[in-house]
Design a protein around this ligand. Sequence first.
Ligand code: ADP
Ligand code: MG
Length: 254
Amino acid sequence: MSALVQVSGLNVSIGALPVLRDVTFDVAPGEILGLIGESGSGKSMTALALMDLLPPRARRSGSLRLEGTELNALTERQMCGVRGRDIAMVFQEPMTALNPVLCIGDQVAETVRQHTGATRAEARARAAEVLARVGLPQETFPLSRYPHELSGGQRQRVVIAMAIALRPKLLICDEPTTALDVTTQARIVALLRRLVAEDGMGMIFITHDLGLVAGLADHICIMRGGEIVERGPTGPLFREMRHPYTRALAEASV
Ligand code: ADP
Ligand code: MG
């Protein structure tokens, strides 16, 4: 069976500055890939390249395939359909993804309406259903609440609800728990793990925290200076780290 996502020989430069060099990896359906690296290593650029959301000055080469379809060959309009519907993304700071003057029910319902022919009532019902799935059931979290009335972890749950509402094939989480306390981090990671198991989507989980992905990712790619310097299945990679940089990262995260 072909991979869900195949990134091959991805190079990105911004002006004269190369930011990604020959980035190559696959994600299978139902698989969680951990993309690890310190700040500035190119993790977000990799995610943005997949979403075709690189800064305007960026130049990109290489192949990006989703279920065998070359994303480079798509028109901007087709790519708009892929973004949000087939590939969804969760960023570090939930407030950047939420509209502060829209109640949480409407935020999720609007996402559904944008990408489907759902009526207002259908979208609202779908919003209630998906918010319940992420641990925000209507009985305790009325759809009429606003983002500022929620905790950071609850806001991130709303963002995750918006991301999975359309049952994407790939969910990219870019440092989704970095702004949260340790207990809330663990709950969000457990939620993401359950959603992947239930829906069978692929996930790219981006973090600088090696410890956080140890119990989550199936495979790990370690990035440094825009390149993947080490990769492998999570267990063996943790047991036998080859690259001195990865060993240093592991020691720093204990
Ligand atoms: P990470 O997500 O791993 O912290 P990024 O992918 O955001 O790293 O950044 C990779 C490189 O690209 C860094 O050298 C960063 O300075 C550079 N970069 C990021 N965003 C921009 C931008 N908008 N314009 C120019 N360079 C950028
Ligand atoms: Mg980043």
